[in-house]
Design a protein around this ligand. Structure first.
Ligand code: ADP
Ligand code: MG
Length: 392
């Protein structure tokens, strides 16, 4: 790993620019979930404890380079103050002068960076303006690292730079799961569509020993084998691609696991009447909404013999019970093995994290990535510009 951490930096008396992700949900001016803010606390406190001044830089929403008052970060200040247990000085417009007045040990938050068109353009000029405000740059926003923006990429080339504690934890967890994992490695990929996860599937086939395919995308793989999936969600124009993934897996020695039994229903709604049938026996007027118990038992067996698990995508339509059963059972098994010290388990993806939280299994996982797009791109084997810039 070619990037520095806070351990490598002298923070005493330094103004430290910290890129954070505090793009939290807000309703009626209230932050409804402050998880993202809580996660930046260790880095900010460490900068303060070691004698520095913390200047937080972040985006909020998609103002597209214009000042949109409803997307001002000022509304997040109370929530940041609460999580940090510190006063936060909000700095709007011309940042320089006001920042200079703040003593070491203070925390400042700059206005939404995306109010400036230079941010998303990775503009050198805007990056230099930001860089001129501080002595050091710390990137603690892994979830924004897949975008080359002025505050994630260009700035890192202008100041001494390092990863913050959250970025460090995320990169280390991903490295453990996919970079240099303990084998055998099992990947579970579910969710709605093959088309959104093609690159993910091809990369995982190369790097894992077992690939469990579930959710709507498994229907496309079943269809590729000539199986009639009735009214199931399936991408019939992707069946050739699915077949290619299966043959690639064969040639590199990755075992693909498709559902052997499925839960079908005639309506897409909670509590819909349902039955379990063999994977090749979906009635013409029904749709597959979950994996069946035999499939789950097979998957549990694979988990039992694996050292590392990577998971993205629910195994069924988990939002509408009882079609959350396979996802919950797999999550419980992964949690149990992790607690027993027999499995390293890493999961990510918006719906996946929601499903694991609801199932109650999330806490037992080795690492849950909340990074969304950046997590997926990392899993796809892509270089993230925000991480690469720290290595440069
Ligand atoms: P993530 O956000 O974790 O990357 P996705 O967005 O790819 O996951 O997939 C989640 C969605 O897939 C959920 O809305 C879920 O209802 C849907 N899904 C899973 N299995 C099925 C299925 N068999 N039929 C229809 N939708 C499904
Ligand atoms: Mg999703």
């Amino acid at each position: 790993m070619g990037w520095k951490t806070l351990d490598d930096m002298d923070l005493n008396g330094k103004t430290v620019l910290i890129r954070v992700d505090i793009n939290v949900p807000v309703e009626d001016g209230q932050v409804t979930d402050d998880t993202r803010i809580q996660r930046i606390v260790p880095t900010v406190h460490e900068v303060l404890d070691r004698g520095g001044k913390a200047v937080l830089m972040a985006h909020f929403g998609r103002p597209k380079g214009q000042v949109v008052p409803e997307m001002s970060l000022s509304q997040i200040v109370p929530a940041v103050e609460k999580c940090l247990a510190r006063t936060v000085h909000f700095i709007d417009g011309e940042y320089g002068a006001r920042l200079g007045e703040l003593e070491m040990g203070s925390v400042a938050l700059l206005e939404n960076l995306r109010f400036n068109p230079g941010e998303e353009k990775n503009d050198e000029g805007f990056a230099s303006r930001l860089a001129s405000l501080g002595d050091l740059y710390v990137n603690d926003a892994f979830s924004a690292a897949h975008r080359a923006h002025a505050s994630t990429e260009a700035i890192a080339r202008l100041l001494p730079s390092c990863a913050g504690r959250l970025m460090q934890a995320e990169l280390s967890a991903l490295e453990t799961a996919l970079g240099t994992p303990k084998r055998p490695v099992v990947a579970v990929v579910g969710g709605a569509k093959v088309s959104t996860k093609l690159e993910l599937l091809s990369n995982l086939v190369e790097k894992t020993d077992h690939l469990v395919i579930g959710g709507g995308m498994a229907n496309t793989f079943l269809a590729a084998q000539g199986i009639d999936v009735g009214k199931s969600l399936a991408e019939h124009d992707m069946t050739d691609t699915a077949s290619e993934i299966i043959s690639k897996a064969k040639s590199v020695g990755c075992t693909i696991h498709l559902p052997s039994d499925v839960v079908v229903a005639r309506e897409f709604k909670a509590g819909a009447a349902n039955e379990t049938v063999a994977a090749d026996a979906c009635p013409a007027d029904a749709m597959i909404l979950d994996a069946g118990p035999e499939t789950v038992a097979n998957l549990e067996g694979v988990f039992d013999t694996s050292e590392t698990l990577i998971w993205n995508g629910p195994l069924g339509a988990f939002e509408i019970p009882p079609f959350d059963a396979a996802t919950n059972a797999a999550a419980a098994k992964a949690a149990e093995l992790t607690k027993a010290g027999k499995l390293i388990s890493v999961a990510g993806g918006g719906d996946t994290v929601a499903a694991l939280n609801v199932s109650g299994a999330a806490e037992a996982f080795t690492y849950i990535s909340t990074a969304g797009g950046a997590f997926l791109e990392w899993m796809e084997g892509k270089t993230l510009p925000g991480v690469a810039a720290l290595e440069g």
